[in-house]
Design a protein around this ligand. Structure first.
Ligand code: ADP
Ligand code: MG
Length: 376
């Protein structure tokens, strides 16, 4: 990829720039916890967006996307927003830096990537954080805090791309480190690194390539359930709730709200348990917790779907150590912690069985926990 980007830069603009990269991300555990002020546990992966960038001494930005094979030029004022959606991520990052008092001047860039688009690995966060990191280095002497770069990416999604996302994806993409996962506390945005170096295991994503469109905004309903239960408990969120407290108000809430809250309370504890297990290098416990999360998402939170439950069952049958839905649910990937010597067998089986049942093959992504935003 590096060579190709350099070659295209030379063709389009002459000479060369400086290479930067940033990564997509996985979330090992901690689902639907962000809006309940719980924890998420993401890490950056070895799938990246890479860009060659050079200031051009003008007030114009000129960018070529190798993967989309499009060239876009824009100015740095608000009214210069490009219409191409991929370019809006870059424009948004420029604008958000400027809005915060940072400096962005004209530059030329060529970029490409191998983070699968729209598969739940956050290619958009990789794109934002690659450019945010680069523009901080090229024009701001790296004075913008790294966490601020993540916020810049998040605001870009909100203000220029119409995606009302949380902070996890950009956080993971910017702050990720090789061999480490990060426990981010969604209540106060404090974070801590934990080792993830499974010598005998691999992380494999199985992308079902289904996305169920649901009319009655199930995400908002889940959120409302959680808020109702927290209110009944007299708490600002489910963060401080315990199973005992929940059982104490069982008669006052609906069966459905009870189940939703039971998942959230369990999930908070599972993230903490996984962190403890990783410190001890106990990947078997990590795997058990992943299955528990899948069960909770499927039975209590009810955000799974037949395809994802099927993939989870296949994993179990194959003896995969841990497997669960990754992301909001109703489609997308499962994330699997699998013993190295089982990997091929599992992947083969998952592809075949899924294809037989649902008429198309899932996509497989092997991932390694790697560095996030960086200069190459
Ligand atoms: P994801 O879950 O992968 O973040 P999104 O829909 O949020 O999915 O972001 C995907 C969008 O990000 C693409 O439609 C495109 O505009 C931009 N993008 C991601 N990767 C690339 C790439 N390699 N080249 C150009 N644009 C990209
Ligand atoms: Mg995205």
């Amino acid at each position: 990829m590096e060579k190709e980007i350099k070659k295209v830069f030379e063709e389009k603009f002459g000479g060369e720039g400086t290479l930067y990269a940033s990564a997509g991300r996985i979330n090992l555990i901690g689902e639907h916890t962000d809006y309940n002020e719980g924890y998420v546990f993401p890490g950056a992966i070895d799938k990246v967006i890479m860009a060659d960038i050079r200031p051009n001494g003008t007030d114009k930005v000129r960018v070529f996307s190798i993967d989309i094979n499009e060239y876009v030029e824009f100015g740095l004022n608000e009214e210069d927003a490009p219409s191409e959606s991929w370019a809006r991520y870059i424009f948004g990052v420029c604008r958000e830096i400027i809005k915060r008092g940072g400096v962005v001047k004209g530059f030329d860039a060529v970029f490409a990537g191998n983070v699968p688009l729209g598969a739940g690995l956050s290619s958009s966060a990789a794109l934002e954080s690659c450019f945010a990191f680069a523009l901080n280095d090229l024009f701001n002497d790296n004075k913008i805090e790294k966490f601020e770069l993540a916020l810049i990416g998040q605001s870009t999604e909100h203000n220029y791309c119409g995606v009302n996302c949380g902070i996890m994806d950009q956080f993971a993409s910017v702050m990720g480190q090789k061999g480490k996962l990060m426990r981010l506390d969604c209540r106060d945005l404090q974070y801590e690194y934990f080792p993830f170096n499974p010598e005998d295991y691999e992380l494999v994503l199985v992308d079902s390539r289904v996305k169920h469109e649901l009319k009655d905004s199930p995400y908002n309903k889940r959120r409302e359930s959680c808020e109702r239960v927290a209110k009944e408990l007299g708490l600002p969120s489910l963060r401080e709730a315990t199973f005992e407290m929940l059982d104490g108000i069982k008669d006052k809430i609906s069966e459905e709200d009870y189940k939703r809250a039971r998942f959230v309370i369990g999930e908070k504890q599972r993230v903490l348990d996984v962190c403890d297990a990783l410190v001890k290098g106990d990947y078997e416990t990590v795997g058990e917790k992943m299955y528990e999360t899948h069960n909770g998402l499927s039975k209590d939170y009810e955000v799974s779907c037949v395809e994802l439950d099927f993939l989870n069952d296949v994993a179990k049958e194959c003896g995969v150590t841990g497997s669960r839905i990754m992301g909001g649910g109703f489609g997308g990937c499962t994330i699997n912690l699998v013993k190295k010597d089982l990997r091929d067998q599992f992947v083969e089986k998952a592809i075949k069985a899924f294809n037989e049942k649902y008429g198309h093959e899932p996509k497989i992504y092997d991932v390694i926990i790697s560095d996030g935003a960086r200069k190459l």
